[in-house]
Design a binder for this molecule. Structure first.
Ligand SMILES: Nc1ncnc2c1ncn2[C@@H]1O[C@H](COP(=O)(O)OP(=O)(O)O)[C@@H](O)[C@H]1O
Ligand SMILES: [Mg+2]
Length: 464
């Protein structure tokens, strides 16, 4: 949609010329020859920007300005006002700025000058809106997280606020996917005095190739590589004074890990193709769903970098370990989904409550949100019922559950054969039943002789 401009000026030739010029630039333009009509037009359809003549036949432009500012506030919107003063009435211009005009122009107006001022003012407004939207999102994050009922999560939030008070400490968030690591990173940023006014900049290390991650992080100078037509600041520069959130840091390659280590050690870096060191003032928050200590052991992650990013370690508990949060979250998601679908349900019935409470959510909060959204779409009754719940069949989540069966292969090893895999799995189950073959047969849904035979044939370790 085009941005809209309202021009209030009694001079007809001025209106005609400016209207034509701004149309040419792609703006949606309306005009009014006096204050009364101008205000009426604006009330009917508020425009993004108003060009307002200081000397109008029926009012002083400054009073019209006050009226517009007031009207805009009442509608919780905003409008940008450029005041036009007849000649270099500097005092008037300053006065207009003080009363809420965004800029002023003097007549005779140079069109290019007008267009540039208008573009700048609109640009500023877009930025301000974005900042406001981000701030309100951060407010949302805080209030959502603080609704948590589980002792486990409340403890995490308490720790998060404590580390927020220490604005330079690197934080590592560890938790299964969908458990709320992103939200917690935003929470810490929002609670860090002196940083929350600046940006939280995010890099998803899993979604980006290492060579790209490097120019993203460090930026580049003009001519650093073939496509570098202009120099570009990296995320490190953009995050200065704020927070850099390195999501899925375990997926970063070893080469870039070394470069990142230098930044964390010295708080200095160089743009790609640059010759000069730049310094940064950043809080680093990293997140991972992997066991980084294990990645260190296996040589996939640098030990020194691990220590640098893991100064303050926070574990976001999986949803199944904080069942108190399931129903409140489900209700939150019902409300937000209702807003989007334009259709409200009148609570959750008992069977659905039961099913929701028992399910282990391998995909954590994200999965719960999707389950609710799907159910709201499928549900035909007035309440959310168990019939419309589509819960996955997974019993336990893969990454941290002790119950999980996994096979670790040495690097370069051929894939196991089906028979080998079967033997390993049988061993795993027998370990769980303390070698009791009758129980193992029941779990595996085969007969006792089948188990006994496989054990005898396969050289399977079993304690009985
Ligand atoms: N406490 C919470 N309240 C409301 N929504 C939440 C909460 N925790 C997580 N979510 C939502 O669940 C989804 C996954 O959270 P996210 O922070 O992206 O997880 P992660 O980064 O660990 O994968 C997001 O849509 C997020 O908004
Ligand atoms: Mg995430």
């Amino acid at each position: 949609m085009n941005e809209s401009v309202l021009l209030i000026d009694d001079e007809k030739s001025f209106r005609v010329i400016v209207e034509a010029a701004l149309r040419e630039e792609g703006y949606d333009v309306r005009t009014a020859p006096n204050a009364a009509l101008g205000i009426e037009l604006w009330r009917k359809a508020p425009t993004d920007l108003v060009i307002l003549d200081r000397n109008l036949p029926d009012a002083d432009g400054v009073d019209v300005l006050a009226q517009l500012v007031h009207d805009a506030r009442e509608r919780s919107t905003d409008t940008v006002v450029l005041m036009v003063t007849a000649y270099a009435e500097v005092d008037n211009a300053v006065d207009a700025l003080r009363r809420g005009a965004d800029d002023y122009i003097t007549k005779p107006v140079q069109l290019p000058d007008l267009v540039i001022k208008l573009q700048k003012a609109l640009e500023r407004r877009r930025l301000e809106r974005r900042v406001r939207a981000l701030k309100s999102r951060e407010g949302d994050v805080s209030s959502q997280l603080e609704k948590s009922k589980s002792p486990a999560m409340l403890k995490v939030l308490d720790m998060a606020r404590r580390v927020a008070a220490s604005p330079d400490t690197a934080v590592l968030l560890q938790g299964e996917t969908g458990s709320g690591k992103d939200m917690l990173a935003r929470y810490i940023h929002a609670h860090t005095a002196g940083r929350s006014e600046a940006a939280l900049i995010e890099l998803n290390c899993a979604a980006i190739a290492d060579s790209l991650a490097e120019t993203e992080l460090f930026g580049h100078e003009r001519g650093a590589f073939t496509d570098a037509k202009a120099s570009k600041p990296g995320l490190l520069e953009l995050a200065t004074e704020g927070t850099l959130f390195l999501d899925e840091i375990g997926d970063l390659g070893l080469g870039i890990q070394a470069k990142l280590l230098r930044v964390l050690e010295t708080m200095r870096f160089r743009r790609v193709g640059g010759t000069r060191d730049l310094s940064v003032d950043i809080r680093f928050i990293s997140a991972t769903n992997r066991d980084l200590a294990h990645d260190v052991e296996e040589g996939r992650f640098r030990l020194d970098l691990f220590h640098r990013i893991d100064v303050f370690h926070l574990v976001v508990p999986p949803l199944r370990e904080r069942p108190e949060d399931i129903l409140p979250l489900a209700e939150t998601f019902m409300r937000t989904t209702a807003l989007r679908l334009g259709r409200k349900l009148d609570g959750i019935d008992d069977a659905a409550v039961d099913a929701l409470s028992k399910y282990p959510y391998p995909g954590n909060v994200r999965e719960l949100r999707n389950v609710i959204e799907r159910a709201m779409i499928l549900e035909t009754g007035t309440k959310l019922t168990a019939n419309s719940l589509v819960l996955g069949t997974a019993r336990t989540a893969p990454s941290t559950s002790e119950n999980f069966f996994s096979v670790r292969l040495p690097p370069g090893a051929p894939p196991p054969t089906l028979r080998q895999l079967e033997a390993l799995y049988l061993e795993h189950i027998l370990a769980q039943t303390d070698g009791n073959k009758t129980q193992a047969a029941r779990i595996l849904d085969v007969s006792f002789p089948t188990i006994a035979k496989k054990v005898a044939e396969g050289g399977i370790k079993s304690s009985s």
